[in-house]
Structure formats: structure tokens, C-alpha cells
Design a binder for this molecule. Structure first.
Ligand code: F6P
Length: 516
């Protein structure tokens, strides 16, 4: 399908005008004073998520033009092309079907050309959940070690931590990703082969970090009296043949149309399925599916991923904010910022469009953050009084799953107070105590943190990245930018052995010599 890039539309110029004439000087405090209905207008419910967008530097005029921009760029057609199974990952000639992993088996909304894929999805899902159940029931297995990196680590790790209160007692989960042997060694020293299950998670089954860790884990297993690699190792991969060659006979496959950073819904989710059980995993998928349906069917004006994605474009390309801070006010969501970092920055961190044409505007912002209230005692100073404006995305959960008194109220009060302080500021003639205010934030609110609400939250984030990537005209589903470093690491590794610095730049040569 033909895509129209945002900067080649008439509406883009309209937005530039609007920004120059009022958008730039928009004041949130005045906007609330002038409009008693601002909260209602700029907030909405979506499946499992309530979103307050009213504390953003956005009025009805700019929002209306942003919706027009989305329509002019063909966002709806591009979205429909993904759901129709077109190969929208054009640089790799692949379909983009991660959303199919969460479609119910008998889902009538799935395009007829995808029913074969859907059947395969459910065959693997059923087998993987049966296996998860058998591991849960096996009391001799107490430790599950996921070895994977990037999307084969961040998703399951983030979700197992997030759903900690649903995790089966008696099972411990470990995540090893870094090729730095300290990480694996620290985990192994706490384990016994007979009670450990290793899950080797790699879409390609070639990633050097994962393969190195997997080989070391097997050596440790055998050297410490472990027998039956077949029982204590399983592989989650699209490259089942390579896993078999490695000696693993329990394998769960997925497909090249699942990007690594979108793979938590596939066999890569096995650690989560073991942790929260088959029913919990199905609820996780179902929550995400509800968000898919919302994204597919809600009018753009009431479509939460669309509204968030358009806000991202408005901030990045007109206000020129180059980062977004994510502040989960729930300690179990402590890996959410890292997960979203890969999702946003690996998807949209591109400086050419899908046709390889240079882009003359900003794309993915830097995404970063820590859970609240910790962040408040570290970098929030800069958010309140620094020279840059950083939009903050709060993620709060209304009901806690512990029974300690006072904590939850204090936590939520802090989230609200931070958003309030960012916006309202404080006038002080002395300077140091002056807070300019007018600093934007979005407030995402879940009633509970459960498998289904987490699924919906993650799908929401996937689709908002789709929306901004769509307008920017880029392919959000490849990641060529990580290849060069992989190639050079091989060359440098060989040179570390031989000491050959011929042809290297002065700095690399100097450091290499010091490292020998
Ligand atoms: O860093 C590039 C990347 O390909 C990511 O996209 C991916 O999530 C990660 O490496 C791991 O890849 P694999 O699952 O194939 O080991």
C-alpha cells in the first residue's frame, strides 16, 4: 500500500502554523481555568486502562489537526493492512502478526487468509501451556532460568516481575541476558542441576550472547552431575532445527512474523506461563486482544493508542521534546521502562523512511524512567526545574495486592502530587524555589495489576508505537541498526586474541592494547 509521510501533507504545514501561533505558548493552567470540561474532553477509557491526557500541551484545535494528519497519512489503511496480513515489514518482506498470537481460536474477525496461521498459533499455545502446567506440577523443579536477550528477555522478565503476586509459590525465576559471565555465574552458584530448568529463548537461535550463555549453562549442568539435558533444557525459537542440533528436544516454535520485541505473546512467554499458569496466560492474551479490537474499531477521536501516538508526534516534531519519562507507580512494574525502551527505540529509532529516504524530522524519543516514588528522590528535580521539558507518563494502579496500611494511599498521593506540581509549578521571586510549571504529563490508570490489565497495557503501548511510526513513514518492524556492532564485535574479539591493531582507529587500537 502507498504510505504518505506526515511531512508531505498539507496538514503538517497547518500544524506548524498552529504551533507558531499559540501552540508553542499554550498554558495548561489557563486551559483548565477556561474550560471546566477539559478533564472529560481529554480523558478516556479503553479496555482495562483509563487515560487522563488533559495535562498535556494540547487543545481541541491541535488535536483536530492531528487526527486530520493521521487520516491524510493513511493511518487507518496502514493499520488495516497489518491486520489483513500484508507484508508491511517491507525491508524484510514479512507480515506483522504478533497481534494474531492473542486472537481467540474461533475469532471471526481474523482475515480468511490468516486462519492457517491462527490454527498454528493455537496448536503451539496449547502445547506450551500443557508443558507449563507440567512444570508447575513438578515439585522437583524449583528454579527456572530464562536465557535470552532483548525481546527474548525483557518481555518475560518484565511480566513475571509485574505479576509477582500471581506467581506459583515454590518456583523461582531467573533471567540471564548479558554475555558478561558475572551474570550467569551469580545465578548458577545458587542452583542445583536436578532442580533447574533452563529455557533457551532466542528467535534466531544464533544470538551470540544467548548461545554463549546456553553453552556455559549446559557445561555447568553436566560438570555438576546433571543428567538428562533433554528434561532440563527447553528452547523457545523460530529456529527449531538449530535448537535440536544443540541437543534440546523440548522446543516451542514461533514464526518470522513475530518481531523479537513483540514476542512476549508467543512461546517466548513460557516463563510467564509457568509463573502464572495457563489460565493466567490466557487472560494476559485476552486483555491484549481487547486492546487490539479497540485499536481496530474505535473512531480515531476515541482511540487511545491513536491519541497517545499522535501526542508523541506533536511533542517530538513540533515541541521538539526529545525524551519521554515513564514513571510506573507500582514497584512490580520496575522493568516496564526497560521493556518500553526497546519497544519504542528499536521500533522507531530510524533516520530513514521505509523507502530508505532520509527523514528531516525527529523520530523515536529517548525513553527512560524508574518506579515512583524512587524517581522523585533522584531525577525528578530535573523534571521540575531543569532547562528541558520532558513529558512524563505516569502509570498507576488503584488497588494494591498487599494489606499494609497507609502505603497505597501515600503512593497514589505522590503520583497525583507530582503530576500536579509539574503542571501547576510555584511562583517564588527568590528564583531557587521557583517552579515554572506547565510541564506536561499523561496519567494511565489501571484498577488492578492483573494478567489481563497488563496484557492490555502492553498492547496499548505496541499500538501507540505503531501510530507514530506510521505517520513518520518508517518501518517500525526491522532493526538494522544493531547489526554493525555485532559484526565489529567479532572482528575486535579476534584482534583481542592476536593483538593486531592494523587499520583500526587510534582510540580502538589504544584501548585494545590496554585490554590485552
Ligand atoms: O538486538 C537485536 C535483536 O535482534 C532484538 O531485536 C532481539 O529482541 C534480540 O536481538 C534477541 O534476538 P533473538 O531472540 O534472535 O536471540
Amino acid at each position: 500500500m502507498e504510505r504518505i509521510r506526515c511531512d508531505r501533507t498539507a496538514t503538517w504545514r497547518g500544524l506548524q502554523n498552529l504551533f507558531a501561533n499559540g501552540g508553542q505558548t499554550f498554558d495548561l493552567r489557563r486551559a483548565f481555568a477556561d474550560d471546566a470540561t477539559r478533564f472529560e474532553t481529554f480523558s478516556q477509557s479503553a479496555p482495562h486502562v483509563f487515560a487522563d491526557l488533559s495535562k498535556n500541551l494540547l487543545d481541541s484545535d491541535s488535536q483536530r489537526l492531528l487526527f486530520a494528519l493521521a487520516r491524510q497519512c493513511g493511518l487507518e489503511q496502514y493499520r488495516d493492512a497489518m491486520f489483513a496480513g500484508e507484508s508491511i515489514n517491507n525491508t524484510e518482506q514479512r507480515q506483522v502478526l504478533h497481534w494474531l498470537l492473542r486472537s481467540p481460536a474461533a475469532h471471526s474477525g481474523v482475515a480468511p487468509n490468516l486462519t492457517g496461521e491462527l490454527a498454528q498459533v493455537h496448536a503451539v499455545l496449547d502445547a506450551m501451556l500443557a508443558y507449563a502446567q507440567s512444570v508447575r506440577a513438578d515439585e522437583s523443579i524449583t528454579d527456572i532460568v530464562n536465557i535470552g536477550i532483548g525481546g527474548s528477555d525483557l518481555g518475560p522478565q518484565m511480566a513475571v516481575l509485574a505479576l509477582d503476586s500471581f506467581v506459583l509459590p515454590g518456583k523461582r525465576f531467573h533471567f540471564v541476558s548479558n554475555v558478561d559471565g558475572h551474570e550467569l555465574a551469580a545465578v548458577l552458584k545458587r542452583l542445583k542441576p536436578a532442580s533447574t530448568l533452563f529455557l533457551i529463548a532466542s528467535k534466531t537461535f544464533t544470538t551470540i550472547e544467548t548461545m554463549t550463555n546456553a553453552r556455559s549453562a549446559r557445561q555447568w549442568f553436566e560438570a555438576n552431575g546433571g543428567s538428562d539435558v533433554g528434561r532440563h533444557f527447553a528452547a523457545l525459537t523460530t529456529n527449531v532445527a538449530a535448537a535440536r542440533e544443540f541437543g534440546i528436544r523440548t522446543t516451542f516454535g514461533f514464526w518470522d512474523w513475530v518481531g523479537g520485541r513483540y514476542s512476549i505473546w508467543s512461546a517466548i512467554g513460557l516463563p510467564l506461563a509457568i509463573a502464572i499458569g495457563p489460565q493466567g496466560f490466557r487472560e494476559f492474551l485476552a486483555g491484549a486482544h481487547e486492546m487490539d479490537q479497540h485499536f481496530q474499531s474505535a473512531a480515531l477521536e476515541r482511540n487511545l493508542p491513536v491519541r497517545l501516538g499522535l501526542l508523541d508526534v506533536w511533542y517530538r516534531n513540533f515541541h521538539r521534546f526529545n525524551s519521554r519519562s515513564i514513571a510506573p507507580y507500582h514497584s512490580a512494574l520496575r522493568r516496564l521502562p526497560a521493556y518500553l525502551q526497546q519497544l519504542e527505540m528499536e521500533s522507531n529509532g530510524k533516520c530513514v523512511d521505509a523507502q530508505g529516504q532520509a527523514l528531516r524530522f525527529g523520530t523515536a524519543p529517548v525513553l527512560w524512567g524508574e518506579p515512583g516514588t524512587n524517581g522523585q528522590h533522584a531525577y525528578f528535580q530535573m523534571l521540575h526545574q531543569g532547562t528541558d521539558t520532558v513529558p512524563v507518563e505516569f502509570v498507576a494502579v488503584k488497588n494494591a495486592r498487599h494489606d499494609l496500611t497507609g502505603h497505597q494511599e501515600l503512593l497514589l498521593a505522590n503520583a497525583l502530587a507530582q503530576a500536579q506540581a509539574l503542571m501547576m509549578g510555584q511562583h517564588d521571586t527568590g528564583g531557587h524555589k521557583n517552579f515554572l510549571g506547565n510541564r506536561p504529563s499523561t496519567f494511565l490508570l489501571l484498577d488492578e495489576l492483573t494478567p489481563s490489565t497488563l496484557g492490555a497495557l502492553i498492547a496499548l503501548q505496541e499500538h501507540r508505537v505503531f501510530v507514530s511510526g506510521s505517520l513518520w513513514g518508517i518501518n517500525s518492524f526491522d532493526q538494522w541498526g544493531v547489526e554493525l556492532g555485532k559484526v565489529l564485535a567479532k572482528d575486535v574479539q579476534a584482534r583481542l586474541q592476536t593483538g593486531d591493531v592494523n587499520g583500526l582507529d587510534g582510540s580502538t587500537a589504544g584501548l585494545l592494547q590496554r585490554l590485552r
